[in-house]
Design a protein around this ligand. Structure first.
Ligand SMILES: Cc1ncc(COP(=O)(O)O)c(C=O)c1O
Length: 314
């Protein structure tokens, strides 16, 4: 079975109904990329598509990639590899996780599902992990695992951008603003490449740091986009009570689950900007739901320890 070979079934954008949108006379629709596939969804589907087709075309039987212990990319690569009959290797940040693997797997849903999907997990120290793009380290990994198709952390490379250029359809030309959560910058770069000149993309970084603009510029020469860096909630993987309550209320009212690492922060940011009057009357906004819901279970374990409310999953 090849989940990438046939055209993705068309999923209609979902319109959001909310008094704030009426008050400020703007519309907000959500592109439900999270509904593409149960395990290979959102931007992961887009980023993996051409990479895994290329791996197959070149005759590779093994795909190796990198990620943290709760990585959406690791989860999706493991699932896609299993479906496509490719052996997958995950190089995971944090050697302490290997000390008691059974305990790690019983406590971490992302790694448990990756492992049961057949992914071989290799845990390395944070120091070694920083070498993930060095040719010495890559050569070492190839010696250990044999010939393998390597996908970088977060899945971002030029084939991933090509996949992300397929997120928007011709119907989406009607929107004025396209919004997207940003991690490595690959997804937004693909979206920017595919928009018309009358449209603008706004990116909501999920982490602190000014380096993202340069990263995005590596993959696009267009200029009708900007990043709004006010909604990272303190950094990557961080969220507070206000953010959690927003995600839960949105889920209750709109029946759309958001993840606390990426899409929750983006939608929170969009509503905040609307209420600040940033968008002029009749602006049509499209927010891309890039998936990531698999990470909620892991996040809830952390929130429980911090005595914060949990994210509700429908
Ligand atoms: C659910 C989700 N949304 C958005 C992003 C950001 O994508 P990118 O790293 O391409 O900026 C990621 C990270 O890959 C993600 O997992």
């Amino acid at each position: 079975m090849n989940i990438f070979s046939s055209e993705k079934k068309f999923i209609e954008n979902q319109s959001i109904t909310d008094s704030i949108l009426n008050d400020f006379k703007v519309t907000l629709d959500i592109k439900r990329e999270d509904q593409i596939h149960k395990h290979v969804s959102g931007n992961k589907f887009r980023k993996l598509k051409y990479n895994l087709l290329e791996a197959k075309k070149l005759g590779y039987t093994t795909v190796l990639t990198f990620g943290g212990a709760y990585s959406n990319h690791i989860a999706a690569t493991a699932a896609a590899g299993e479906i496509l009959g490719l052996r997958t290797i995950g190089i995971i940040r944090g050697e302490e996780l290997a000390k008691d693997l059974q305990k790690t797997l019983s406590e971490n849903d992302t790694l448990y599902h990756a492992s049961t999907s057949g992914m071989h997990l290799k845990f390395i120290s944070r120091e070694t992990y920083r070498e993930k793009t060095s040719s010495v380290f890559i050569t070492q990994l190839k010696k250990e695992f044999g010939a393998c198709y390597i996908i970088p952390e977060g899945g971002t490379n030029s084939l991933a951008i090509k996949g992300c250029e397929e997120i928007l359809t011709s119907q989406d030309k009607n929107y004025d603003i396209i919004c997207c959560a940003v991690g490595t910058g690959g997804t937004i770069a693909g979206i920017i490449n595919s928009i018309d000149s009358h449209q603008k993309v706004i990116g909501f970084p999920a982490l602190k740091g000014r380096f993202l603009t340069d990263e995005i510029k590596k993959y696009t020469s267009k200029t009708n986009w900007k990043l709004i860096e006010d909604y990272h909630f303190g950094g990557y993987g961080k969220i507070n009570r206000e953010g959690i309550e927003f995600i839960n209320k949105f889920n209750d009212q709109q029946h759309i689950g958001l993840d606390p690492v990426y899409t929750g922060k983006m939608i929170f940011g969009i509503f905040d900007l609307i209420q600040k009057g940033v968008f002029k009357k009749n602006t049509r906004i499209l927010a891309v739901h890039t998936g990531g819901l698999q990470g909620i279970a892991g996040m809830n374990k952390k929130l429980k320890k911090k005595k914060l409310p949990l994210i509700t999953i429908r």
